[in-house]
Design a protein around this ligand. Structure first.
Ligand code: PRP
Ligand code: ZN
Length: 283
């Protein structure tokens, strides 16, 4: 059994549940109990507070966990980062009141900064030789300047709307964060092989979500030009159409250069393009 810790509630919780389900794990998310057994993969899901996840994984109560990189860095626990997961992207930043003058980090010297990330913040300030007061609070950090608790804050920023609605401006980005899969550094062989299986499934899900299956028709004399545009996995499949002199070409394109590829295909004589999502991709 692999014991997998995920966040009990919050934005990352839903995405973590979805990812594990895409990997074939079936479990209850009713959130009533702390632990949900899974079928489809030998695992238990532990629903925990995000800040506690690295410690549970370090202590071996959970074998792996899905948590923000920011929480891992702050916790300084002995865990291995097995994989970046690409969701819950955000940054940890310092922000100050919008009307406060700011010419550089030296302006933070002697100021008080409220944060839930004292470890990361103090490392950052130390790196620049800045001496600021750090007020550690566990939530609602953004209201600290407004109530006179601190002059600035250091908190997670995603869209920036929390800062905006609290009259704050972002002045320093300390780190970029996203969801990561962490694991205990001393897993036994059985758990290690389960983790590898899970990582294999994660890759298949990830590959699929960033790729599209594309089908198109083209006159036979355009096939060479079109094949040059399509990267494909090995090489594209080409099937003759009922209409003489025409073929159907099938391939896989990545989301990144998707529109560029479509434009080029059309310019080179592709017709009746069909683009379909891929559910899983095993290379
Ligand atoms: C974070 C952070 C801000 C907000 C920023 O909280 O503490 O409050 O997100 O997002 P925005 O830039 O899109 O407005 P989160 O919702 O992750 O909850 P938590 O602080 O309790 O973990
Ligand atoms: Zn949190």
């Amino acid at each position: 059994m692999l014991n997998i810790a995920i966040q009990k509630k919050g934005r990352m919780s839903e995405d973590s549940i979805k990812l594990l389900r895409d990997c074939g794990l079936r479990f209850s998310s009713s959130g009533k109990g702390l632990i949900s057994p899974s079928s489809g993969f030998p695992a238990n899901i532990y629903y925990l507070r995000d800040d506690d996840i690295p410690e549970y994984v370090q202590d071996g109560i959970a074998d792996v966990g899905i948590v923000g990189l920011n929480v891992v860095e702050e916790g300084q626990n002995n865990v291995v980062i097995s994989r970046n997961l690409g969701f819950s992207k955000c940054r940890l930043s310092i922000a100050i009141p919008r009307d406060m003058n700011y010419d550089g980090i030296q302006d933070l010297a002697g100021k008080d900064i409220a944060t839930s990330y004292p470890v990361i913040l103090s490392k950052y300030l130390k790196k620049y030789g800045i001496d600021s007061g750090i007020h550690t609070i566990s939530g609602s950090v953004e209201i600290a300047p407004g109530i006179g608790l601190a002059e600035g804050i250091c908190d997670l920023v995603s869209t920036g709307s929390t800062l905006l609605s609290n009259g704050l401006k972002e002045v320093e980005v300390i780190m970029k964060s996203e969801a990561v899969m962490i694991s205990n550094p001393t897993l036994d062989l059985e758990k290690q092989s389960l983790l590898e299986k899970l990582l294999f499934r994660l890759n298949a899900v990830h590959q699929a979500s960033t790729s599209k299956y594309i089908l198109l028709n083209a006159p036979n004399d355009k096939i060479d030009a079109i094949i040059d545009i399509l990267p494909g996995m090995k090489s594209p499949s080409i099937l003759p159409l009922a209409e003489d002199g025409w073929s159907s070409i099938h391939s896989v394109v990545s989301e990144d250069d998707f529109w560029e590829v479509i434009d080029q295909l059309k310019e080179n004589g592709a017709e009746s393009l069909l683009v379909v999502p891929i559910e899983k991709m095993v290379l």
